[in-house]
Design a protein around this ligand. Structure first.
Ligand SMILES: NC(=O)c1ccc[n+]([C@@H]2O[C@H](COP(=O)([O-])OP(=O)(O)OC[C@H]3O[C@@H](n4cnc5c(N)ncnc54)[C@H](OP(=O)(O)O)[C@@H]3O)[C@@H](O)[C@H]2O)c1
Length: 266
């Protein structure tokens, strides 16, 4: 007969004191991830464009632990470099990088414009690559065989299978980020850095607000989901904590759908 050990549980899932950066951490899924990491004891940096949203996020999360928000436009390589330099002045290691910031665009195929293509590609696939590149020295410094560092790229179920959303550049960017992540997992294996992908299904956020224009619309959308609900903070933050802790150390190069069964059941 054994008894449950809090120490063992903490040993498996401990992220206390780890330094994390969550891009797009001021609202939606990024905020959920940042909230979970802060409450689990990580030192969390978030980045997004709007200074006001950054201030609000810091004010909301700081009572629960360490949270610093840095206004940054990550749609350009200069923006990625500036953020990496800023983190570098504050920390000498980065254990967890969550490339979450993303944008989508829906338009009929006949009207789909190059601007919509480039805007999505820049933030959803180019930025995670160059931000990772800029932060690699700090991530390498955090990584060891016993405590591998963790890069998590947030894609979408739309990068795995078609939908009716006409979001052509988004599906290409998310599928591309998925494949890029596998390549990075292979290339960074010997640096003790794990690279994995979380592919969310439906989460209520500004991005998905057009689906939730009324209570009736929301009820219909939720009824269409296998679990009759969308994703919650615990669902996605729990997965990030798992992948970034001792428990997830043997996992790299995989895509984990966080979608209540959408890709496996429907
Ligand atoms: N919600 C869903 O159902 C769903 C499903 C599948 C995948 N996803 C993916 O999950 C991620 C988060 O989605 P979400 O629904 O939480 O989106 P959201 O509510 O629109 O939040 C996006 C976040 O990214 C930031 N951001 C946007 N452009 C930026 C830029 N140029 N530089 C830096 N930060 C920027 C936003 O803040 P600022 O406006 O202040 O910059 C915000 O914090 C995205 O990668 C999305 O593709 C979401």
């Amino acid at each position: 007969m054994t008894t449950a050990s809090t120490d063992f549980y903490q040993y498996l899932f401990d992220v206390r004191g780890k330094v994390a950066l969550v891009t797009g951490g001021t609202r939606g899924i990024g905020f959920m991830i940042a909230e979970g990491l802060v409450k689990a004891g990580a030192r969390v940096y978030v980045a997004s464009r709007k200074a006001e949203a950054c201030e609000e996020t810091e004010a909301q999360l700081s009572p629960h632990g360490f949270c610093v928000a840095i206004p940054s436009d990550l749609s350009t390589i200069d923006g990625c470099k500036t953020l990496a330099q800023d983190i570098n002045t504050r920390e000498d290691k980065l254990h967890i990088l969550v490339n979450n910031a993303g944008v989508t665009w829906s338009e009929d195929i006949d009207a789909f414009h190059e601007k919509a293509w480039d805007k999505v590609m820049d933030l959803d696939v180019k930025s995670p690559f160059f931000l990772t590149q800029q932060l690699l020295p700090l991530i390498r410094a955090a990584a060891s065989p016993d405590n591998r560092a963790s890069i998590i790229n947030v894609t979408s179920v739309n990068g795995i299978r078609p939908s009716n959303l006409r979001n052509y550049s988004y599906v290409a960017a998310k599928a591309g980020l998925g494949q890029l992540s596998q390549q990075l997992a292979s290339d960074l294996m010997s640096d003790c850095i794990n690279v994995n992908v979380i592919a969310p299904g439906l989460f209520k956020s500004k991005m998905t607000a057009p689906l939730f224009t009324s209570k009736d619309a929301e009820a219909q959308v939720m009824a269409s989901q296998p679990m009759k609900r969308g994703g919650a903070m615990e669902d996605v933050a729990g997965l990030v904590i798992y992948l970034s802790s001792k428990a997830g150390g043997f996992i790299t190069g995989v895509t984990v759908p966080c979608d209540g069964g959408v890709t496996s059941i429907n």
